[in-house]
Design a protein around this ligand. Structure first.
Ligand SMILES: *Cc1c(COP(=O)(O)O)cnc(C)c1O
Length: 393
């Protein structure tokens, strides 16, 4: 018999665009006893998970739960439930994930109108005025934390103009949730989705979603069946609601992981959690600034959990990332699309957003940049970062 290599994944520090480092408590949770998906113990856990998700999304929405698949399935679930063939949908595109949402919406049969902004920039309500008047969309889709560019999209004012035009607002909060405030009820977001492996620091595999009453009424009064059987919210509601009708076998142990991850966030408190993300971002930014490395996203709209920065001229992108991984065990992300070869993406997400990681990355980067002959003031990045930390203590 052929023998296959023993499973032995290396220990990494995951500072890329996701997955992020998993909290040890979350990894332990996955290994706990599997129960059935209709076991009273599991049903109790589902209720508690929903409550924790509601408080993280800051919503009372009854239809708040996790889709059994990754963030992209959260995108599909929200789009295919809200959209019927020939519905008009506007999608705001300033990076990879807006582009993906267009594709998903077109496949669902929507007449999609794309509104573009340059990568790294965000949308202002004025950018939508014309398209809303012209196309009278049913749904407007927008990405709150564009992981490909590091841009932080304000949502509240966009929600107002979208609602004034009679449309519903669909928000991608895959990277946003757990890293920055997401106010579903206050901002009037009609449907929203996230993913488990970004700021929730869970393995990939679950997509928290939430639909408000308006969205649910729209879905319940559809003329056509939801195009996807697996993601049909009307059927999922019978499992997550009080009827507990079997739909698909829930990924039990992944739900344990999400449960534990949500608990960790609630123990820390949302405000402290967001403040920690901000602090580590500012320290990293100070450090990278001392190396002459600049951010790609518009000033004032830079995400704390996803630091997209320009690779300095003359520095070998692939070699730096390869050396970080192979010699230091650190993963950072490459640039996507128009940013390929030009941008690094440093994630400081959830459990990964820690001073130890900021200082580790800066020291490793200083060593590797020096080897490539890049000129900078040695030790300056560490000094700048630690000085930022000491202002806070
Ligand atoms: C990661 C990500 C997704 C896709 O999530 P997957 O879990 O990779 O399917 C969608 N939108 C944004 C903004 C993301 O960062």
């Amino acid at each position: 018999m052929t023998s296959f290599p023993t499973l032995n994944p290396p220990i990494r520090t995951l500072l890329g665009p996701g997955p992020s480092d998993i909290h040890p408590r979350v990894l332990q949770a996955i290994g706990k006893n599997t129960v059935g998906h209709l076991d009273p113990y599991y049903l109790q856990l589902m209720d508690a998970s929903q409550q924790m998700l509601r408080s993280l999304f800051r919503t009372e929405n009854r239809m708040t739960f996790s889709v059994s698949a990754t963030g992209s399935a959260g995108m599909e679930a929200t789009v295919v439930n809200l959209i019927e063939p020939d519905d008009s949908m506007v999608v705001c595109v300033n990076g990879v994930f807006g582009t993906r949402m267009c594709d998903v919406a077109e496949r669902a049969g929507a007449k999609v109108t794309k509104v573009d902004r340059p990568w790294g920039e965000v949308f202002a309500p004025e950018d939508l005025v014309d398209v809303l008047t012209k196309t009278q969309p049913k749904v407007v889709g927008i990405v709150m934390a564009e992981t490909s560019t590091g841009a932080w999209q304000p949502i509240e004012e966009i929600a107002k103009i979208v609602h004034d035009a009679g449309a519903m607002l669909l928000v991608d909060a895959v990277t946003a949730l757990g890293g920055v405030p997401v106010e579903v009820d206050k901002w009037g977001i009609d449907a929203i989705y996230s993913g488990s492996q970004k700021c929730l620091s869970c393995p990939p595999g679950l997509a928290p979603v939430s639909f408000n009453d308006r969205a649910m009424e729209t879905i319940l009064s559809r003329k056509t069946k939801v195009q996807s059987w697996y993601l049909d919210v009307t059927m999922l509601a019978n499992y997550w609601g009080s009827d507990r009708v079997y739909h698909h076998t829930a990924p039990i142990n992944m739900s344990y992981a999400l449960y534990e991850a949500l608990q960790i966030i609630h123990e820390e408190g949302l405000e402290s959690c967001f403040a920690r993300h901000r602090m580590n971002h500012e320290a990293l930014k100070a450090g990278l600034g001392a190396l002459g490395i600049e951010y790609t996203a518009q000033v004032g709209h830079q995400l704390p959990m996803l630091n997209a920065v320009r690779i300095p001229d003359g520095v070998d992108d692939a070699r730096i990332r390869g050396d970080l991984l192979n010699r230091f065990g650190i993963e950072i992300g490459a640039g996507l699309g128009v940013f390929k070869g030009k941008v690094w993406r440093v994630g400081l997400m959830g459990y990964g957003s820690r001073a130890a990681n900021v200082l580790l990355l800066l020291s490793a980067l200083e060593q590797l940049l020096a080897e490539q002959g890049y000129k900078f003031d040695h030790g300056a990045s560490i000094a700048a970062a630690t000085s930022r930390y000491s202002q806070n203590s």
